[in-house]
Write a protein that binds this ligand. Structure first.
Ligand SMILES: NC(=O)c1ccc[n+]([C@@H]2O[C@H](COP(=O)([O-])OP(=O)(O)OC[C@H]3O[C@@H](n4cnc5c(N)ncnc54)[C@H](O)[C@@H]3O)[C@@H](O)[C@H]2O)c1
Ligand SMILES: N[C@H](CO)Cc1c[nH]c[nH+]1
Ligand SMILES: [Zn+2]
Length: 428
């Protein structure tokens, strides 16, 4: 870990040093395109053969049975059930508070405009399970989907080697009221939800994070008329630390995202040389103790450790990178929040570990990665609804804007448009 340490790099180098690790895009797209073509043509049998190829397991029945759900519930320890329940309550509170009342505006006398939300009817939730069973992601997706009132919610998650699904995933899905759980992962799950197969129904929008294959498949799904929440790929965190930061905490926060996958990336920016050096040492110490240290070490190799002169510069660099998660381990972090322009979710101060937001603070952990925090928000209640605009004009309202509409329609050469107004104006 020496060629990814940068002490006071020149500003002209910032963009190059912040490049993210990625698979060859063209290969990835071709692979996913082939999977889509097969699943569209051959439905369940294609999904089955891709599960055999990529998950090394042969699945005859994708839908999880009630018996499997009951068995799973018996296998989850009580204290874990209570923890999931606590997280569920906080996530429910925060997402319920995102509900917006209807706000009718009179743009001119006699003209009212407003928006009303309608739930997206058919939604598909992808729950990652390749290297870790991310049951917490179910809370992040199913809770807002239920609050929004989505009618048909299906869930896909990769099967384990023995063909079962991790019990905590089944327990959490059941707790959130999800009835259709399918043992399908990867791009083949996204393709199945895009086209529909004999056993998996087509959805209107696909949600959820995943590895590069899942993310590329979600991006492709959009070509077939299916919406997606966002490209939420390999996890990232950027930590900014000044002299008030605690090296052990910084190292732990960085490793908490590095352990997600070998393609995860973490960025550490310190403005204090002692904290910088101590954190680098501490990463080595903590890495040794992690069960997933092989994964985390590879991600650390993809990562960047940067020493800069000021917190202001650190924030500028962070805005350029647009991290999924940003931790401000600095004095008075609230003084800097206005300067943050690109980030998925921000954690303030030494006692706000990103891991707390991953599970239980109440915020959503499905967030834009790979620089998409520049133009996407994380999942929220809004992600599960469409907003329909309404307008209501009285006679007086139409008289107030009629002439303007006629003039504009005429100028665009659209006389039927003009006529739709003129006929009414004449009738008054
Ligand atoms: N951005 C976010 O909000 C967020 C949240 C949670 C997790 N994540 C990320 O989600 C990812 C989870 O990844 P994961 O792999 O553990 O689980 P996953 O469920 O995303 O992917 C596993 C699936 O990938 C498919 N696959 C594996 N190798 C393949 C290959 N060579 N070709 C084609 N398909 C293949 C398999 O079908 C497998 O079922 C991690 O990268 C993590 O960082 C992101
Ligand atoms: N950090 C992930 C989002 O990038 C979410 C997660 C789930 N479980 C643990 N972490
Ligand atoms: Zn995490």
């Amino acid at each position: 870990m020496t060629d990814n340490i940068f002490r006071f790099p020149a500003k002209s180098e910032w963009l190059t040093l912040l490049q993210r690790p990625a698979l060859e895009r063209k290969d990835l797209r071709n692979l996913v395109q082939d999977i889509f073509t097969e699943v569209k043509l051959n439905g369940d049998s294609a999904v089955k053969s891709f599960s055999e190829k990529f998950d090394n397991v042969s699945i005859d029945e994708f839908l999880v049975s009630n018996q499997e759900i009951e068995k799973a519930s018996d296998e989850v320890p009580e204290d874990l059930k209570n923890a999931i329940q606590l997280a569920k309550e906080n996530i429910f509170k925060f997402h319920k508070s995102q509900h917006q009342e209807i706000n009718k505006i009179e743009t001119q006398p006699g003209i009212s405009c407003w928006r009303e939300s309608r739930a997206i009817e058919n939604v598909g939730l992808y729950i990652p399970g390749g290297t870790a069973p991310l049951f917490s992601t179910i809370l992040m997706l199913a809770i807002p989907a239920k609050i929004a009132g989505c009618k048909n919610i299906i869930l896909c998650t990769p099967p384990q080697k023995d063909g079962s699904v991790n019990p905590a995933i089944l327990f959490t899905a059941n707790l959130c009221g999800i009835e259709k759980i399918y043992k399908v992962g990867g791009s083949q799950a996204i393709a199945a939800m895009t086209f529909g197969t004999e056993s998996i129904s087509k959805v209107d929008k696909i949600f959820g994070p995943g590895n590069q294959y899942v993310t590329a498949a979600k991006v492709l799904a959009q070509d077939f008329g299916v919406a997606i929440d966002m490209p939420a790929g390999p996890s990232e965190v950027l930590v900014i630390a000044d002299s008030s930061a605690i090296a052990e905490f910084c190292a732990a926060d960085l490793l908490s995202q590095a352990e997600h996958g070998i393609d995860s990336q973490v960025i550490f920016i310190a403005t204090d040389e002692t904290v910088f050096n101590k954190t680098l040492k501490e990463i080595e110490v903590q890495l040794e103790q992690l069960p997933r240290n092989e994964i985390a070490r590879k991600a650390v190799e993809n990562s960047r450790f940067i020493l800069l002169n000021s917190v202001e510069d650190a924030i500028k660099l962070s805005n350029l990178y647009a991290p999924e998660h940003l931790i401000l381990s600095i004095q008075n972090p609230e003084n800097y929040t206005e300067k943050i322009t690109n980030a998925g979710s921000v954690f303030l101060g030494n006692y706000s570990p990103e891991a707390a937001g991953d599970y239980a603070t109440g915020t959503n952990h499905t967030l834009p990665t790979n620089g998409f925090a520049r133009n996407y928000s994380g999942v929220s209640l809004d992600s599960f609804v469409k907003r329909i605009t309404f307008q209501n004009l009285t006679q007086k309202g139409l008289q107030n804007i009629g002439k303007s509409v006629e003039l504009m329609a005429e100028a665009e050469g659209l006389f039927a448009h003009k006529n739709a107004v003129s006929l009414r104006l004449k009738s008054f």
